[in-house]
Design a protein around this ligand. Structure first.
Ligand code: NAD
Length: 290
């Protein structure tokens, strides 16, 4: 396939490289001058998007996605699959999809989980929203960049799945960290706490697979001085998107709201910026109730 790839950052760069490695003709554009092995460079986003079978975007937020969509949609050939893999607000995803569909494109919102390691290793999970025709056109590319793609529903459903998942993740991480900090103060050994909870009804991905306590459970960012992994500021971004969506859909999400406030404090007023999101544990450790 001929593929345009816009946004060649931490995630987009290795994703584009994997498509090129699999034998596709990939032309990339990024406002920062980056070079990706096997990927031809275009001078503008429109140039990267012109005359392609598929165009993939991997951008920081919904506002930038909307700006880029305005630039590329007029340049794209009809029936081009427009696959947005960025994590953005549901409203921007739906607005851009509508704009693309009415210009004759096949839009799919397809945010990912799996992080930078998943992007490099081609093991991402894609959560896709769009028509069946659009999903089917995009699916062979998901196969190269990832290990699993779920067609979640119409446009916007991929972003909805992503922010609901990450709202659970943020809430669960806070719960796991505050429970460890309580266990410390009750004199309970962390390894014993892990041995019990990881095999009891408190088990979760944050406890069992990504334990926030150093030296306990499988290797995780806690064992590497809380270097990310998944940075606290990215968790904050996703929690904010969940709350923006909850507001526009009139959904009651009290724990999501509280987790958002905690990560906001941690990233903006404390020392959470640049730390893994599991560094909530040392944060709680230092605090009392006051
Ligand atoms: P990044 O900042 O490394 O990459 C974004 C790239 O977009 C940058 O290279 C930037 O120069 C480029 N860009 C910005 N404006 C542009 C424009 N107008 N035209 C062309 N290029 C432009 O970010 P990332 O970590 O690669 O994340 C990309 C997206 O993936 C985000 O939406 C993020 O939330 C999501 N995501 C990231 C991770 C992760 O672990 N990093 C995991 C899952 C999802």
């Amino acid at each position: 396939m001929n593929i345009g790839f816009i946004g060649l950052g931490n995630m987009g760069g290795p994703m584009a490289a994997n498509l090129a490695k699999a034998g596709h003709n990939v032309t990339g554009f990024d406002t920062a001058d980056v070079t990706i092995e096997g990927v031809a460079k275009a001078a503008t986003a429109a140039e990267a998007a012109a005359n392609q079978d598929a165009v993939i975007t991997m951008l920081p937020n919904g506002q930038i996605l909307r700006t880029v969509a305005d630039q590329i949609i007029p340049a794209m050939a009809p029936e081009t699959a427009f696959i947005d893999c960025s994590t953005v607000d549901v409203e921007s995803a739906r607005a851009v999809a509508e704009q693309a569909a009415s210009a004759g494109m096949l839009p799919v919102d397809a945010p990912v989980s799996g992080g930078i390691g998943g992007a490099a290793g081609g093991t991402l999970t894609f959560m896709a929203g769009g028509s069946t025709a659009a999903f089917e056109k995009a699916n062979p590319l998901f196969d190269i960049m990832g290990q699993k793609a779920v067609h979640c529903g119409d446009n916007g459903a991929g972003q909805a799945a992503k922010i609901c998942n990450n709202m659970i993740l943020g809430i669960t991480m806070v719960g796991t960290c505050e429970a460890f900090a309580l266990a410390d103060k009750l004199g309970l050994d962390r390894q014993k706490m892990f041995d019990v909870v990881s095999t009891s009804s408190g088990y979760s991905w944050t406890m069992n697979a990504y334990c926030p306590a150093p030296g306990v459970g499988p290797q995780s960012p806690a064992d590497n001085d809380y270097k990310p992994g998944f940075a606290a500021e990215l968790m904050l971004k996703d929690l904010r998107l969940s709350q923006q969506a909850a507001e526009s859909a009139d959904a009651d999400t009290p724990l999501g709201e509280h987790a958002t406030r905690l990560y906001e404090m941690f990233v903006e007023a404390e020392d959470g910026l640049g730390m893994d999101f599991s560094a909530m544990l040392p944060r709680f450790e230092k605090r009392g109730r006051g």
